[in-house]
Design a protein around this ligand. Structure first.
Ligand code: ARG
Length: 572
């Protein structure tokens, strides 16, 4: 049990014992929510505000606080003092150190894990790349936020379904086939991959300005895909395979994987019944020849379902996909990790589902995020100003490799560590801010071993590992935790003790950056502790306690990094 829960439980007990006849007293869980960390440490480690009890007990808060302080029997856990309506707790530092470290070391890699998600399923729609487009840095956030949330939910016992909702439907694929038939060769495209496809697409648009009949040809090819024409489908599926092969390189580097690649085209034959259902439920109205769901009551523009020519659109496929996912996976939550530009789209889609009478529509969540720029420059595919993710990752690995070469020339597995550190730097940079904020990626910031970066946290982890290797060369007595009462140890212990809460908050707010923050704080607190105390020297039982704290730090940093999709090398 973590310290907050412990204090809350003991407080609930003390209240119940002090006022045995009172009715409607708050339960421990509610008390836990009320416990706060006072603004200044002289007011204790936690404070319980007694205001909430005043009405129930018909007594002023200062009086309640005084009575509770006098009755508080748990000095071995914390001392309690009354101060103007608050009951302030001062933890028994030695006991806190022992309890926290015993909890971490007993749970090991499972410290902070839980089973609150047992029997529940979360679908995560993330990465969701587009066919025949290079994987660029703009798709990094959706990929890594989704991947991290998936690990977080799994850690809490949920079953997760990772879905790459491929952008693999639309008239552009007709144009691309047309361009390929006119100007491409099999060898060229096979060798050039997605780059070759992008080049064909650009050429199509250039030439179509001179020759408008190209547009008709493009449409005709798309019609052939729609009609299941074997030649069209073969080329289309080949484009798809090429794109996925390219993407697989990036996913491998990032350690990301999916349970399903059911993209937009997967829903083509599943939309008809959904459109019928919309019609039957009286939700479809005609507007300028198109069929829409009116959302004016909700102050939103209408959700377009069928275009004038009868073609479905992105939203039609998303509505169909949501219903399919609910029927197939029976999700308790379906998360869409997609940039904020699609806010309106998802609000419309979720509202239409609600209007259809699906009460699970409330379990669909758009996890939106801000834009990424690169070295201060906005990125735009149209202007050709893009950064390809595989280039970026490879460059990160090369740069990390050069730094490692300089810092640790004798390291054995430099290539592997360079991969872990380079990728870790990029991922950390991506997950270090509140997701809704725009971020700017900069090499010097991402790879700074002393700043708030992936390499810095990884380095602290490796430092712990190295100390533990050294410690393992001799045997140690049982740790004397009463020696860990100094401020540095306690600050670190407090962060470690809070870690399970941080994971839950990250899950509840869909915010991996909270974990990034927590591992960074822990790394900084550990380094402070490390500089103030000689870990292996002095009284053996005290050293043994510092070793235990080092081991707990190592374990928690490792878990935290794993939850944000970053590896933790043992040597750097
Ligand atoms: N392919 C889309 C894009 O790159 C994202 C798809 C998100 N998922 C969804 N179910 N709409 O913008």
């Amino acid at each position: 049990m973590d310290m907050l829960t412990r204090i809350a439980t003991l407080t609930a007990e003390t209240i119940a014992n002090t006022w045995p006849d009172a009715q409607g007293l708050p339960a421990a869980e509610e008390l836990r929510g009320l416990l706060a960390v006072p603004p200044n440490p002289e007011m204790g480690d936690y404070a319980f505000p007694c205001f909430r009890l005043a009405k129930t007990l018909r007594m002023g808060p200062p009086m309640i606080a005084q009575k509770l302080a006098a009755a508080w029997p748990h000095a071995e856990v914390a001392r309690a003092e009354a101060l103007s309506g608050y009951l302030n707790f001062f933890l028994n530092r030695a006991n806190f150190a022992r309890e926290t470290l015993e909890a971490v070391l007993a749970a090991g890699e499972r410290y902070g894990a839980g089973d609150e998600g047992a029997g529940k399923t979360v679908c995560l729609d993330y990465s969701s790349i587009n066919i025949a487009k290079r994987f660029h840095i703009g798709h990094l956030s959706t990929t890594m936020i989704g991947h991290s949330l998936r690990r977080i939910y799994e850690f809490l016992g949920y079953k997760t379904v990772g879905i790459n909702h491929l952008g693999d439907w639309g008239t552009q694929f007709g144009k691309m086939i047309c361009a390929y038939k006119l100007w491409g060769t099999k060898e060229e495209v096979e060798a050039g991959g997605v780059d070759a496809l992008e080049a064909l697409y650009v050429r199509f648009h250039r030439e179509a300005e001179q020759d408008p009949t190209l547009e008709d040809q493009g449409r005709a090819w798309f019609k052939r895909i729609e009609d299941g024409d074997p030649e069209a489908l073969e080329i289309f599926n080949w484009f798809k395979a090429l794109t996925l092969k390219d993407a697989a390189r990036v996913y491998d580097l990032l350690g990301v994987s999916f349970d399903s690649y059911a993209g937009e085209s997967f829903y083509i034959d599943k939309m008809e019944p959904v459109i019928q259902e919309l019609r039957d439920k009286g939700l479809l109205t005609q507007s300028e020849g198109a069929w829409v769901v009116d959302l004016s009551e909700d102050n939103m523009p209408p959700c377009l379902i069928l275009k004038k020519d009868g073609a479905t659109i992105y939203a039609t496929r998303d509505i169909t996909a949501a219903i399919y996912r609910q029927n197939t996976y029976h999700f308790d939550k379906c998360l869409y990790v997609v940039a904020y530009q699609q806010d309106l789209h998802f609000r419309q889609v979720f509202r239409v589902l609600e209007k259809m009478g699906y009460d699970w529509a409330k379990d669909c969540v758009h996890v939106s995020f801000g834009m990424i720029s690169f070295e201060g420059q906005a990125l735009s595919t149209r202007k050709g100003n893009t950064v390809h993710l595989d280039d970026l990752l490879r460059e990160a690995v090369d740069k990390a490799r050069a730094i490692i070469e300089e810092k640790s020339p004798n390291l054995e597995n430099k290539d592997e560590v360079a991969r872990q550190v380079g990728i870790g730097a990029v991922v950390y940079a991506d997950l270090s801010n509140n997701r809704i904020k725009d971020i700017d990626f900069s090499w010097s910031r991402a790879l700074n071993f002393d700043g708030e970066t992936g390499p810095y946290v990884q380095y602290t982890h490796a430092r712990c590992c190295s100390l533990l290797r050294k410690a393992a060369e001799q045997s140690w007595p049982e740790p004397d935790f009463s020696t860990l009462t100094d401020d540095e140890s306690q600050a670190l212990l407090r962060l470690i003790g809070r870690f399970p809460d941080v994971i839950r908050e990250a899950a509840a707010r869909y915010e991996p950056s909270l974990i990034t923050r927590a591992v960074t704080d822990i790394a900084q607190a550990y380094n402070k502790f490390y500089y103030e105390h000689r870990i292996l020297d002095g009284e053996p039982a005290a050293a043994s306690a510092r070793i235990a704290l080092t081991d707990a730090t190592r374990s928690v940093i490792r878990t935290g990094l794993r939850l944000i999709g970053i590896e933790a090398p043992e040597r750097m």
